[in-house]
Design a protein. Structure first.
Length: 107
């Protein structure tokens, strides 16, 4: 599995979100793979941007990048390595805290 983070300006979030929400029940889809869309500051990135976090097999990213071309979001691109690392760390630590909380409740 590989983890990647993509980014776009806030004003283009709807264009990208439309792509990830299309055909959720298809054999290959973003919904089946799983993704997280986070506002910049909340995800450890820049204000005024949104970050799309995905963890998948490398072949999925090739398919996904083809789908993103139809979004026509000029600012959409893979995040720089430094930002990508911060966003991954932020999202994964949030997930780990949530899992620990559920463990305490249902333990």
């Amino acid at each position: 599995m590989e983890t990647r983070v993509y980014e776009c300006e806030s004003k283009e979030k709807a264009l990208v979100q439309k792509v990830v929400e299309t055909e959720p029940y298809a054999d290959i889809s973003f919904a089946r793979q799983g993704y997280k869309f986070k506002e910049g500051k909340l995800a450890g990135g820049e204000d005024g941007r949104y970050y799309l976090y995905m963890k998948a097999e490398p072949g999925f990213f090739k398919w996904a990048e083809e789908k993103f071309k139809v979004a026509n979001a000029a600012s959409f691109k893979r995040a720089a390595k430094e930002i990508e690392g911060k966003v991954i760390k932020s999202i994964e630590s949030e997930d780990n805290a949530a899992e620990a909380g559920f463990g305490a409740i249902f333990g």
